[in-house]
Design a binder for this molecule. Structure first.
Ligand code: SAM
Length: 221
C-alpha cells in the first residue's frame, strides 16, 4: 500500500511511524509512506498557505491554491483522498478494514480553522474524524489512522500477533487475557484457561467478550 500525507508539520511524523509494526511493515515493503510539506506547494516569497475567511470570523483557513496543486500532484488514479476533519465520519475498526483494502491513500491534514470548502467539494473522496474533540492539526489523526490500517495489511503482524480476536474484530470488545505466573500475589488465573480444554476456553472467552461489551459498550451490541 502507498500512503502519502500532506501536512504543515512533517517533523511530527518522525518517531511514531519509525517504530514497532509500522516500521517493520515499511522495511518489508508492505507500506510505502511519504510525508509531504504543504508549504512546498506555495510559491510566494513567504510560502503562504492560509488566509482569512470571507464573511469574517476568527482564525485562518488553508487556501485552495497550494492544496489543489499538491493533491493533484500527489494523487494518482487509484488514490483515495482523505481530508482529516472533526466534521468527518468517525474513524473506527470497520473503516480501518475498508481503508486496508485500498492501494493508495492520501491524507490531507488541516491546521488553523481547517480548509477552504472547495477542497472538500472538488478533491476529497472521504473525510474522517478520529473522535469528537478538536486537535490543533491533522498530524496525530493521520498517524492514528495509518497505524490502525498498517497492522491490518496482510503480513504486517508477526506469527505471535493476531488481528482476528482483538477488540472490535468480531464487533465486541476483547475477552480478558492472562499470562504466567498462574498465581500472582494471591491472584489466580481463571481455572478454565489452565484446563487445556479448547472448546471450554473458546466458550468462556466468547461469554466474557459478550459480558464486557454489554457492561462497557452496550452501543456495540
Ligand atoms: C483546529 S482544527 C479545525 C477545526 C475546525 N474549525 C472545526 O471546527 O471543525 C485544525 C485541523 O486539525 C485536524 N483535526 C482536529 N481535530 C480532529 C479530529 N478529531 N479528527 C480529525 N482531524 C482533526 C483537522 O485536519 C483540522 O482541519
Amino acid at each position: 500500500m502507498k500512503i502519502d500525507v500532506l501536512t504543515l508539520f512533517p517533523g511530527m511524523f518522525a518517531g511514531p511511524l519509525d517504530e514497532s509494526i509500522v516500521k517493520r511493515a515499511r522495511q518489508a515493503g508492505l507500506l510505502d509512506l511519504r510525508i509531504h510539506n504543504l508549504r512546498d506547494y506555495a510559491h510566494d516569497r513567504h510560502r503562504t498557505v492560509d488566509d482569512r475567511p470571507f464573511g469574517g470570523g476568527p482564525g485562518m483557513l488553508l487556501k485552495p491554491e497550494p492544496l489543489f496543486e499538491a493533491i493533484e500532484a500527489l494523487a494518482g488514479e487509484q488514490t483515495r483522498v482523505i481530508l482529516l476533519s472533526p466534521a468527518g465520519r468517525v474513524f473506527n475498526q470497520a473503516v480501518a478494514r475498508e481503508l486496508a483494502q485500498q492501494t493508495a491513500l492520501l491524507f490531507v491534514s488541516g491546521h488553523y480553522e481547517g480548509f477552504d470548502e472547495r477542497v472538500r467539494e472538488q478533491l476529497a473522496d472521504d473525510e474522517l474524524s478520529i473522535g469528537d474533540y478538536v486537535l490543533t492539526n491533522g498530524a496525530l489523526p493521520a498517524m492514528v489512522i495509518i497505524d490502525a490500517v498498517t497492522r491490518l495489511l496482510p503480513g504486517a503482524l508477526g506469527d505471535d500477533e493476531s488481528a482476528h480476536e482483538e477488540s472490535f474484530s468480531q464487533g465486541l470488545l476483547e475477552y480478558p487475557q492472562y499470562t504466567r505466573p498462574a498465581e500472582f500475589r494471591g491472584l489466580q488465573v481463571p481455572e478454565v484457561l489452565l484446563s487445556g480444554n479448547h472448546a471450554e476456553i473458546a466458550r468462556w472467552r466468547a461469554e466474557q467478550a459478550r459480558q464486557r461489551t454489554k457492561e462497557r459498550r452496550p452501543d456495540l451490541m
